[in-house]
Ligand binder design. Sequence first.
Ligand SMILES: *[C@@H]1O[C@H](CO)[C@@H](O)[C@H](O)[C@H]1NC(C)=O
Ligand SMILES: *[C@@H]1O[C@H](CO)[C@@H](O)[C@H](O)[C@H]1NC(C)=O
Ligand SMILES: *[C@@H]1O[C@H](CO)[C@@H](O)[C@H](O)[C@H]1NC(C)=O
Ligand SMILES: *[C@@H]1O[C@H](CO)[C@@H](O)[C@H](O)[C@H]1NC(C)=O
Ligand SMILES: *[C@@H]1O[C@H](CO)[C@@H](O)[C@H](O)[C@H]1NC(C)=O
Ligand SMILES: *[C@@H]1O[C@H](CO)[C@@H](O)[C@H](O)[C@H]1NC(C)=O
Ligand SMILES: *[C@@H]1O[C@H](CO)[C@@H](O)[C@H](O)[C@H]1NC(C)=O
Ligand SMILES: *[C@@H]1O[C@H](CO)[C@@H](O)[C@H](O)[C@H]1NC(C)=O
Ligand SMILES: CC(=O)N[C@H]1CO[C@H](CO)[C@@H](O)[C@@H]1O
Length: 473
Amino acid sequence: MEGGQRDNVFLLLLFSLLSSGLSSLYFSVLDQCLKNPPKPQYDGGIVVNPELNSGREGWTPFGSTKIETISKKGNKYIAAFHRQQPFDSFSQQFYLQKEMLYTFSAWLQVSRGQAEIAAMFKAPPYFISAGSVTAQSGCWSMLKGGLYVNSSGPAELYFESHNTTVGILADSISLQPFTQEEWKSHQDLSIEKARKSKVKIQAIDGQGKPLANVTVNITQKKPDFPFGCAMNERILTNTDFQNWFTPRFKLTTFENEMKWYFTENSPGRENYTIPDAMLQFAKEHNISVRGHTVFWDDPRYNNDWVKSLPPNELSLVADRRMNSIMNRYSGHVVHWDVVNENLHFSFLESKLGENASAVYYLKAQQLDGKATLFLNEYNTIEEMGDEASTPTKYLEKIREIQSKGYQGSLGIGLEGHFRTPNLPYIRAAIDQLAIAGSPIWLTELDVESSPNQASFLMSNVTRFNLNLSFILG
Ligand SMILES: *[C@@H]1O[C@H](CO)[C@@H](O)[C@H](O)[C@H]1NC(C)=O
Ligand SMILES: *[C@@H]1O[C@H](CO)[C@@H](O)[C@H](O)[C@H]1NC(C)=O
Ligand SMILES: *[C@@H]1O[C@H](CO)[C@@H](O)[C@H](O)[C@H]1NC(C)=O
Ligand SMILES: *[C@@H]1O[C@H](CO)[C@@H](O)[C@H](O)[C@H]1NC(C)=O
Ligand SMILES: *[C@@H]1O[C@H](CO)[C@@H](O)[C@H](O)[C@H]1NC(C)=O
Ligand SMILES: *[C@@H]1O[C@H](CO)[C@@H](O)[C@H](O)[C@H]1NC(C)=O
Ligand SMILES: *[C@@H]1O[C@H](CO)[C@@H](O)[C@H](O)[C@H]1NC(C)=O
Ligand SMILES: *[C@@H]1O[C@H](CO)[C@@H](O)[C@H](O)[C@H]1NC(C)=O
Ligand SMILES: CC(=O)N[C@H]1CO[C@H](CO)[C@@H](O)[C@@H]1O
């Protein structure tokens, strides 16, 4: 700061919210199953008869099922029973416009037990998922999602559950279009609220007396926001890479160099030369490191010698692996991905029992009580159609691990390998994940090559994440 001539100034500084400080009305209801559904968001937006108060107006059967509207204790809703195909449900026609961003929500129930229900749009030649939720019987669960289309045209909303033995019930359905400009201005409002705070600066003289009318010049030396980038072993020898990397990033993940297949390529012969040197390099430049990853549940990324072991031997070498890497780097990394991609895969569970992840998270906590332990998954925010890792499944996995003996907190790692970023869906998915009250990090980030790649990356995803409280690591 330098003195000059102007009054004391109030400045807005950007700051980062590390753990999910986000709160909004939705979060309190998203995870609950309610006796009565709340009013539809945005009064239903462009949905005709969103609360089903006007009989079946706007709604038609989809597939081969019959639909009915039901009135129970003053609440009216729509239902499809006796379903034969996953898509047998009720539907409504819309005309969706390219370039618009659509938020979608609905309150859903099943006739018995519980089942996953997806909101689908038939927009020939595509079937587009707008999100899904695990619905229960006897109470209403909120499905919060969103979509965009890449060409304007008619689209038919319907609901889908692969479990055809349950009836689907729906109420308070909402589809609200936003223009890109509206979306950006909403982002800006969130930025004002969530990412800025007022700072009072007082310029004083040598005796501590306030100075009138000074100009204060503030220069940012380094970002406080934990904005990071992966590095690989080439950083050790390539000075251009070093010079580009070090002033920009506060955080890093090693691409492969901490992975089990890398550090113990043949049984018992560990070699940490490269990750040690990379850690040292990061330390010298004040760059924090995420520990990635103790284990990887995808069998393809385990060495053949590991895969060939019988369970009792695998259990021994897995313990040895965990002790080895965690004792070596505990205190030197800020996070650990413990069992990478355990929503999509179950290599350890298949060999060691269904509580394997829980067991290793518990052990990890004992080995490093300071670093945050993370799950790390793909397609939770990238692909609406991947049922293995929906936000609901992610939350269920966290609860499952916690119910099997690991009591600590779990960070939510989102890999962010995008084809075309679907902003309304990304937002809805992250809102839903925020229920867990855990830190949410975008741990990896890339956008598939296309003419819009740079713009998707910079103006859509990075802006989205930088300006809300989520993080690139
Ligand atoms: C379908 O859902 C019912 C109710 O939750 C459950 O009892 C049944 O096992 C499910 N069927 C399948 C194939 O998942
Ligand atoms: C258009 O959208 C559909 C449905 O989401 C998708 O499958 C397709 O790849 C998209 N096409 C282009 C050119 O982005
Ligand atoms: C503050 O400085 C500006 C120009 O730098 C001058 O016009 C103004 O009169 C000053 N105000 C006071 C209260 O000194
Ligand atoms: C503020 O300080 C920086 C760094 O000393 C300098 O480059 C810049 O020109 C200054 N800006 C003003 C408006 O004085
Ligand atoms: C460990 O790895 C380094 C870097 O690849 C290599 O130079 C060294 O020879 C290895 N050590 C052993 C004992 O294999
Ligand atoms: C790293 O941080 C320390 C303590 O804040 C500081 O003294 C040092 O200059 C920093 N080093 C680099 C390379 O930024
Ligand atoms: C987890 O599995 C192990 C091995 O099968 C077993 O010893 C342990 O009791 C299980 N723990 C829980 C909480 O189920
Ligand atoms: C996202 O990127 C697309 C493609 O460049 C651009 O047209 C659009 O305005 C961006 N949307 C937002 C909300 O940043
Ligand atoms: C990366 C990015 O888009 N940052 C934006 C965050 O919000 C502020 C205030 O609206 C913009 O000035 C930044 O460009």
